[in-house]
Design a protein. Sequence first.
Lengths: 375, 363
Amino acid sequence: MKRSVAVCLTLALLSAVVLPGCTITRSKVLEELGVVSAVGYDLAEDGGDLLGTTVLPNFTDTGQEKVDVLSVTGHTSKELRFNMSRMSERKLVSGQIRVVLYGEELSRTGILPLSDTLFRDSEIGSQIVLAVVEGRAINFFTKRYPDKPSIDIYLYRMLRKEMSERSMPKTNLHTFIRDVYDEGKDPVLPYLRLGKEDILVDGLAVFHDDKFIGLLNAKEARNLAYISSKGTSTGELEATLKETIRQGVHAHAVLMYIKTSTKWDVSHSGGRPVFQANVLIQGAVSEYTGGHNLEEKQEIQKLEQEFAEEYQQELSALIKKLQKDFETDQLGLGEMYRAKGFIKELEKEKWRELYKQAKIDVKVNVRILQTGMIH
Amino acid sequence: MERQGPSNTLNSIQLMFLIHTVPIGVGILGLVRFVADKAGHDAPLAILLSGVYTQAAVLFSWLLLRRFQTLGIYDIHRRLFGKWMGSVFSLLFAVYCLFAYFMTIRTFVELVNTWMFPLTPVWLLTLLFMIPIVYSAFCGIRLLGRYAISAFFLTAWIILLAYFPLSTGTLSHLFPIGSVGLNDLFQGSLLSALSLLGVELLLVYYPYVAYKKDVLPAASIASWSTILVYTVIAVVTIIFFSIGQLGKTIWPMLTMFKHVQVPFIERFETIIIAVWLVQVVNTSGTYLWAGIEGVRKAIPLKKGIVYSLIAAATLPLSQMINGRAEMNLLLNLLSKSGFYLMIGYPLLLWLISLILRRKGDAS
């Protein structure tokens, strides 16, 4: 190749590397941006409109963080954004959204359209946390929490922590959308309640498709996490034992450092699905108020047995609640049923019918691995 | 026209990497969604099955090329159909190559528009991406061959990121394996056509290949390893998404890597899109080179002139396409025509050459 051509091409290549940096037609200077960090949606008080609330951390000259809360009404979430940007001197961008809250009433009417637009927006990460709140989402943002970091970080950290400790199943934008579109599974989201000066994670909101229909309390939420995924957690399982310490007072025992795994046997008999869950829980005794010697194998086995019975009841009650009361499939049984090949194409309505008739049994095995520093 | 010398020959390794990496362009980003439309949760199986098509394409091309010894497709046209008709056929093949070049670049521009710079005009992005593409094509086959090797190693690490979607996925989505039935599997595998295109360029590389004996094994290994990459991606995608959600996602691969979150960086897909330009330049540049080869075999024009003309035409054309629907229509056209061209065309030419008893290198 001629030298001049080579020089031309090199220059061209160089500009191809350098120029894209100059192509951004709108400048993104941090001070000029309203970086939305949390969003809340409610039904507006008058009619079917949406009430949207956004939280914008405001970086002041002194370095202190102040939070702006904007709220407006509109039909779609993007219209909300348009209306909102008229209220702020800064340009609103959604790339840093971490938490999205849905008011209870709105959640009952279905939130897929609202979460769908989040998923559609390439700026928004797929691991942001969604949650349903008691009452209205706007109240959560307008309230001040002394001694807490800004609301978005507070909520995000709290919920992520809860999930990583398996106090509740892991949920985020992606899992929510995935489960809504999945024929054989229904989603859950964390449920939040306002405390006096803080926010409580108060169990799980159970969804039927994308509609919020019921609540699981904190204990049930934890049990759902244990049964629906494999893993370890530091969480505690408590059991009331048959053994009595004094007249009428039962002994208690607590398991910690729990490792759970669930094996599902799926079968089909007499036109209805049959599920058998074999749950294995391994843990260490961290508290025991009874008087038996836990170094003896028999005593340990007895303890294991009692744990298993108690926990088996809890799990059965949870499953019954999901199956009979809510008629929703949070465990993804439909997906398992399909995966075993019992049904060629899973349709939601068809599965709902089958699910109502399904026989679901739980068998729990508890294994105590150690008893702490004493026996 | 350049002479075939050591400065523009391909060795077998380069050939292998070219055939392996050129199909991996923009098609793979949306591949699994198309296939899952028909094949459902058995998409990986359908994609594995589509390896048969590329193998057939390689085999037929090899049969044809072997018969004509050192000639490429453009010279074979001339040998089979005479000077004028041969030129017409060569031009048609070249137009197809240029169409593929154009669609690759345009799809990538759309992607960058959607994911990174929504307000940057199409022509500007096209212009910027065209610079390395035209550069690589202009420098010829040897550079492209070397570039393919580096493109492979620059993008191969992406597959490791599959750990993140796998760790939150549902394994049971894959089962029961093979339950959708042969018919759906077959139809699904046809839908992967867009991502398979690139193997047919073997017809153009052939005269430049140094060791003709290696062509069949090298091309077979390369095409199957492409299929392997696709299958792995499909397995991960199916595990990660539910079928309903997958059907709504335009670029499942990117959405999947959007899920990657490491402490020092969130939103990994931004990096992947940037790195993906390496692959796009590879695919698009090779097609451009192949197309211009054909144009110049048919019409004796100076190399610089042809490149300037094509480059000048690309800009307004890419500005003319508007919206996802039009893109889909054109991509469909590309995948259909490319699919027949890849498998049917070499077979047809081979049969014609058998009937006409034409063979290579009498001159």
